[in-house]
Design a protein around this ligand. Structure first.
Ligand code: DON
Length: 311
């Protein structure tokens, strides 16, 4: 750490940005296509920064659990990468799609190989790998996430999973379409049930910052004392977050924030400074690309004021 870094007062910076943004108009709209998510109070706003030295700073609703949705796709990718290694890239690509998260359009010409593991299609292929691998997929996956988080307090929301399944026509179409190309091994119903549950996991900003530390700290170990990914795999997961974590707004996030990150339609965003910290922001109102309006704004101000980004 150089002397300039030592002088950064993260607590003061976080509180000051939080207060400024909280006093401004909260633009955007809450996700309503999953009926249960529409019930969340749009005024929620929380931030948690966890540094590699274990300094933790929280503000607002940083300890309130929310639906992590697509943020879970980084966790499923990381576990599948740990289990299967580079074989996973035979079934899912690492290219930004330039399309929305739930897009079907490229799958036909790409012969059922999704552009990246963070689009719904790619996440389903990763889910299929985990369903094939685990004896009791939903139980075993949750156990792995609890070990990553060092907490037994992480759960699926059955209500959210059922709510999404009840209207999940597009995801059902995606999974069946990929299956028609032979890139889903299991029955689509089982893969979709796993996928909807994975997306329904509830965590707070504090828990997310803790669970994502394996991407910021090479010395991180799970509650069982195990390493998650080696340095090379950690670099690759961060690289995919950088290029694909925000769908067709990935370029904008890179441009404004300059960190690898991942959003979810529950309004959460996790961003990683490899080697320094993990920061999570939650504010349910989304911009037109499906990413948290205040989350993007907060992180842009944070990397600008700290002058810390990967670029
Ligand atoms: O499949 C879906 O549509 C949701 N379960 C997850 C989408 C999502 O979080 C997109 N991220 N911004």
């Amino acid at each position: 750490m150089n002397s300039a870094e030592k002088t950064i007062d993260y607590k003061a910076i976080i509180e000051s940005i939080y207060n400024t943004i909280a006093s401004e108009e909260n633009k955007g709209t809450i996700a309503t296509y999953i009926p249960e998510l529409a019930k969340v109070d749009a005024a929620n706003f929380g931030v948690c920064l966890l540094t590699r030295n274990n300094e933790e700073y929280g503000v607002g609703n940083w300890q309130t659990k929310f639906s992590i949705q697509s943020i879970s796709k980084v966790l499923s990718l990381s576990l599948a990468y740990q289990i299967f290694g580079d074989k996973i890239w035979d079934r899912v690509d690492v290219e930004p799609s330039g399309t929305a998260f739930n897009s079907l359009v490229q799958l036909e010409s790409d012969m059922g190989i999704p552009r990246n593991p963070f689009m719904n299609s790619g996440a389903m292929v990763i889910c299929d790998m985990l369903v094939s691998y685990y004896e009791n997929p939903k139980e075993d996956f949750l156990k792995a996430i609890r070990e990553l988080c060092h907490s037994s307090e992480i759960n699926y929301s059955e209500t959210v999973a059922i709510s999404e399944a009840s209207v999940g026509y597009r995801n059902k179409a995606l999974c069946n379409f990929i299956k028609s190309f032979g890139n889903i091994e299991n029955e689509p119903e089982e893969v979709l049930d796993f996928y909807f549950h994975m997306c329904s996991i509830e965590m707070s900003c504090q828990e997310l910052s803790r669970v994502f530390m394996f991407l910021a700290n090479p010395n991180f170990t799970t509650s069982k004392g195990k390493k998650v990914l080696n340095l090379s795999k950690t670099k690759r997961v961060n690289a995919i977050m950088q290029t694909c974590g925000f769908y067709d707004e990935s370029g904008e996030f890179s441009f404004r924030v300059g960190l690898p990150g991942k959003s979810g339609v529950g309004g959460g965003i996790v961003a990683i400074h490899p080697e320094k910290y993990c920061i999570t922001v939650w504010s349910p109102k989304l911009n037109e690309k499906g990413n948290s309006y205040r989350g993007m704004k907060f992180l842009e101000a944070f990397t600008t004021e700290t002058e810390q980004s990967i670029f």
